[in-house]
Write a protein that binds this ligand. Structure first.
Ligand code: DX5
Ligand code: ZN
Length: 216
């Protein structure tokens, strides 16, 4: 499967986000991961659709919008109109089938995510609802720079097996949080193919080489 690298701009300099996404594109990234936090679903507040709109003209890379918000249903239209290519909603925060219908109505790819403490079976219905991608959190959402939760590897394997059993062996499985050049091999071997990396990419001395090495 094609391995895609999705650097999270959460770890970047918010004063220069346009330049950041241009650099990411030039450095070989495949997606731009946008971590949207509302101060309710998770304690911090980051940014909203206005930021997505602002960076849209600076890159052709797909904008992968991870909505860590309560009531995501009230924000889908704004993110779609701002230029999101993929919208990921938390199974803990909404009714997935209804949100998928809303996201698809704007021609945007639909994705669902679960937190580390949520059993992997809770995301299976989203596979059957036609998800374009499934995201598994490998840290508790809210902050970059945390340690990868090892138990995620088993969840990735279980989810990949479920996708195979349901006739969707190539479904994109994204993993988010604590991914480094060391543990990425295990994440890919377990069956993930979309790799979110914040600190690892933005603390790198050589972004091009780091993105290349993250491909496993
Ligand atoms: C956590 C965010 C992640 C985070 C990843 O709430 O969803 O995308 O920014 O950052 P690192 O790679 O630093 O763990
Ligand atoms: Zn994220």
């Amino acid at each position: 499967m094609q391995i895609k690298i999705a650097p999270s701009i959460l770890a970047s300099d918010f004063a220069n986000v346009g330049e950041t996404v241009r650099n990411l594109e030039a450095s070989g990234a495949d997606l731009v991961h946008c971590d949207v936090m509302d101060g309710n679903f998770v304690p911090p507040i980051t940014f909203g659709a206005q930021m997505v709109k602002a960076i849209r003209p600076h890159t052709k890379l797909p904008l992968d919008c991870h909505l860590m918000v309560l009531h995501p249903e009230t924000h889908i239209e704004d993110f779609a109109r701002a230029g999101a290519d993929i919208i990921t909603v938390h199974a803990e925060a909404c009714d997935i089938p209804a949100l998928f219908r809303e996201i698809a109505s704007f021609g945007v790819k639909k994705s669902a995510v679960i937190n580390p403490d949520t059993p992997v079976g809770k995301i299976f219905p989203a596979v059957d609802e036609g998800a374009d991608m499934i995201l598994l959190m490998s840290v508790r959402p809210g902050w970059g720079g945390q340690k990868f939760i090892h138990e995620t590897l088993q969840k990735i394997e279980t989810l990949r097996n479920y996708c195979v059993a349901r006739g969707k062996p190539d479904l994109d499985i994204e993993v988010d949080g604590g991914i480094t050049e060391e543990n990425v091999k295990d994440v890919i071997a377990a069956g993930a193919n979309v790799i979110v990396a914040g600190s690892t990419v933005f603390r790198a001395a050589d972004m091009v080489a780091t993105i290349r090495r993250l491909r496993g």
